[in-house]
Design a protein around this ligand. Structure first.
Ligand code: GLP
Length: 260
């Protein structure tokens, strides 16, 4: 696990976009793992800018979203299918047919979850997975208590998460109780994961996930088991880390050949 402490979201967006750009240049048909929430938005804007300005090419890229609400009607503006299109994929030249989102409207939920796992595997696995983190430590929608080896499945949201996400809906009552999410085992299979967290309200979560025990009570702590996890945080989100100075020192003195 590498912790990179940066001044703010602008620098985080630039560094994460660099990683995606290098990946696409090396592997034009790379498989990107996409997250929703507000944390990755500056990264998506930076990528859209590089697409427009520099011709960064997504024409062969594939993408898999982490999660989706269950029960929102097709085309609902807050369904993650719509959000990911609006915030990212609709702003670059990725083929819509190559953008996959779990089917939260499926009649047979277990079959839809298995089909999603199969599609990720058929695509050759995720090369780079972007992640945010919920205040309760969830990644995707793997709430506390999620099995550390879980695969794509239905989950029930904790009320705190519904309240956190209510800002995207007209009222709390409209936030679904159920979601489909890639499991923690699914996320661990990605070749590289980049988790982004900003702001003082994430400081304790970041400490728990980086420096706490690996435990289902903080699902994101499972990333300690990942061989290539990059945790990008701003100063506020890093403010509770015990080893912040060490992380800064390591990053500042990193051999350039290592890349990200
Ligand atoms: C939602 C998403 C998560 C995301 C989380 C944090 O619950 N399912 O993938 O990480 O929100 O959101 P934010 O980045 O807005 O704090």
């Amino acid at each position: 696990m590498e912790v990179v402490i940066l001044p703010g979201s602008k620098q985080i967006a630039a560094l994460a976009a660099d990683a995606i750009q290098v990946l696409l240049q090396r592997k034009p048909d790379a498989v990107l793992g996409l997250a929703t929430g507000s944390s990755p938005l500056p990264i998506y804007s930076e990528l859209a800018l590089r697409h427009e300005r520099d011709g960064l090419d997504f024409s062969q890229a594939r993408a898999f979203a982490l999660d989706e609400y269950v029960g929102l009607p097709a085309g609902h503006p807050e369904s993650y299918r719509e959000v990911i299109t609006r915030e990212f994929t609709g702003r670059v030249n990725i083929s819509p047919a190559n953008v996959h989102v779990p089917d939260g409207a499926a009649a047979d939920i277990p079959a839809a979850c298995q089909a999603y796992e199969d599609a990720i595997r058929a695509a050759g696995g995720v090369d780079l997975q972007l992640l945010g983190v919920g205040t309760d430590g969830h990644i995707g929608f793997n709430e506390p208590g999620s099995s550390l080896v879980s695969r794509t499945r239905i989950k029930t949201l904790i009320e705190q998460t519904r309240r956190d996400n209510a800002r995207f809906f007209d009222s709390l009552a409209e936030v679904p109780h159920h979601v489909l999410t890639q499991g923690l085992g699914t996320i661990l299979d990605a070749r590289h994961v980049i988790l982004v967290a900003t702001g003082a309200q994430k400081a304790q979560t970041v400490r728990d996930l980086v420096e706490g025990p690996v435990a289902a009570i903080c699902a994101a702590s499972v990333l300690q088991l990942h061989p290539h996890a990059t945790i990008m945080v701003d100063e506020a989100a890093a403010s509770s880390l015990r080893l912040a100075d060490y992380y800064r020192h390591s990053y500042d003195n990193k051999p350039p050949w290592q890349g990200l």
